[in-house]
Structure formats: C-alpha cells, structure tokens
Design a binder for this molecule. Structure first.
Ligand SMILES: [Zn+2]
Length: 66
C-alpha cells in the first residue's frame, strides 16, 4: 500500500502494480504523483497543469508568410 506523501491517504495502489513514470492521483487531496523509482518506491508531485511530452510548438499565429 502506498500513502500519499501530502496527506497520508491510502492511494489504493500496490508498489508492485506501478511502473516508473506512471502517475497516480490521490483521491483525497487531488495531487498527482509520478513514480520516480519503484524500488524503493519514490513519488514526486506533478505540478498542476504540467503535461509531460508537451511538444506542440504553436508559434505560427501570424506573420512569417514567406
Ligand atoms: Zn493526498
């Protein structure tokens, strides 16, 4: 059983059920945690709004019509 680092709520996942890079959410405080390592299990809070693999360059609004 894994406890939320923020509020000690049971995250309802087993250590051997998660993989590195997986994100688990706390049902109590709503914080998302990324699994950094599985042995020993280490969680890192994911910042709100942060999206991994966000590589969408959107800088073509206007201008540069060559
Ligand atoms: Zn929590």
């Amino acid at each position: 059983m894994i406890l939320c680092p923020e509020c000690d709520t049971n995250l309802d996942v087993q250590e051997d059920e998660v993989d590195e890079g997986e994100v688990v959410s706390c049902p109590e405080c709503g914080t998302d945690f990324e699994v950094i390592t599985t042995s020993p299990l280490e969680l890192k809070a994911v910042e709100a709004g942060y999206v991994e693999e966000d590589d969408e360059p959107e800088e073509n609004e206007d201008g540069d019509y060559s």
